[in-house]
Design a protein around this ligand. Structure first.
Ligand code: FA5
Length: 343
């Protein structure tokens, strides 16, 4: 478009744009209007771009008028769009088959995250067995996460490699497991008691199909007189039967956790593991467990001469993977709706 100093060009643009807006009768026409008159390449955009080349005396006047027109066209577009929508609604309402009593279209709804779903199921299962559900802080003290759990001062789990520390002095950390709540529970509750602690835990470790830096555990703690390993195994088998609705193979291997003696790694295998691929095809490490160490009972203020107890820490993410046949833990936190809407 030719450069102008007298604004006649502006008058032509105004007239043409107003006529186009008036003629626009639907969404497609409105979008075409927006592209032509408010886009980067239309006549008005060209006029605005030409302002620096105008005589200095004309620049403020033409610039002001062109910008004012641009604002008016944008407002006009909004108004036209509303008017068209309103007219369509009015027409629909006046049609013979309009029924105001029909339910409104459903608004889209989210769904529970699979981990939340299974956590609630696990809480119900243990709840029906007389367990109370406890909570504990995610930002924890070294004392509860390690020290009171009988970790020797130089244990590698205290190393920076595994733990996200929150201070430079080594007192405050993101809990690496739910076991610190064992101590908090013993300090608060009088034995006998049974409790589970579902919660988020954090480890400074490499992520792969089976390992996340942020994952979920369910701690279990039972303190009473005469508790032995048989109670632990019976409890785990019963709970697994409920969760997977079938008898599950479990395998106990000796495992070292400073807060239990003896300690076990518990592996499980699905009945149809052989026909599955990836990490679910074989035994999967499922939880750590054992009999509560006397030092830990003492740290929680419980008399080890009178009471004994068992404890376990299940990987909730692993449980959900096995239950739904998910072969990569990274799906849980990827925020991909294609994954999340399947549950
Ligand atoms: C523990 O964390 C112990 N506190 C468990 C325990 C509790 C033992 C009570 C004895 C008595 P471990 O580091 O093995 O143990 O982790 C327990 C479970 O968490 C594992 O079996 C696994 O299922 C899960 N898990 C561990 N690391 C990860 C990870 N990076 N990503 C996902 N799940 C994990």
């Amino acid at each position: 478009m030719a450069e102008t100093s007298n604004g006649s060009n502006l008058a032509e643009i105004t007239a043409a744009a107003m006529a186009a807006l008036e003629a626009a009768d639907g969404e497609a026409a409105l979008q075409a209007f927006e592209r032509t008159w408010l886009g980067k390449q239309g006549p008005l955009a060209e006029l605005l771009a030409s302002i620096p080349r105008l005589p200095a005396a004309d620049r403020p006047r033409v610039g002001k008028a062109a910008n004012q027109l641009k604002r008016e066209l944008a407002e006009g577009l909004d108004a036209r769009r509303s008017a068209i929508a309103e007219a369509a609604l009015r027409q629909a309402r006046s049609a013979d088959d309009y029924d105001a009593s029909l339910p409104a279209p459903r608004s889209p709804r989210g769904s529970l995250h699979p981990i939340t779903r299974i956590r609630r199921e696990v809480e119900d299962i243990f709840g029906s067995m007389g367990y109370r559900v406890l909570d504990g802080p995610e930002v924890e003290l070294d004392h509860y996460n390690f020290e009171a759990l009988n970790f020797p001062a130089n244990h590698p789990a205290r190393d920076l490699q595994d733990t996200f520390w929150c201070d430079n002095e080594g007192h405050v950390l993101l809990r690496t497991h739910t076991s610190p709540v064992q101590i908090r529970a013993m300090q608060r509750l009088k034995p006998p008691f049974r409790a589970i602690v579902p919660g988020r835990v954090f480890r400074n470790e490499a992520v792969d199909a089976k390992h996340e830096h942020t994952f979920h555990q369910v701690e279990g703690l039972v303190i009473d007189e005469g508790i032995h390993v048989g109670h632990l195994i019976g409890t785990l088998k019963g709970v697994l039967r409920e969760i997977f609705a079938s008898e599950i193979d479990i395998r106990l291997r000796p495992g070292y956790f400073p807060f239990v003696e003896p300690g076990f790694e518990v592996d499980i295998r699905l009945p149809d593991a052989g026909s599955r691929g990836g990490v679910l095809a074989d035994w999967v490490e499922f939880c750590g467990a054992g009999m509560v160490h006397p030092n830990v009972l003492r740290a929680g203020g419980v008399d080890p001469e009178r009471y004994s107890g068992f404890a376990f820490g299940m990987g909730l993410d692993r449980m959900v993977m096995l239950r739904y046949g998910i072969d990569d833990i990274r799906h849980f936190m990827a925020g991909d709706l294609r994954f999340l809407t399947q549950f």
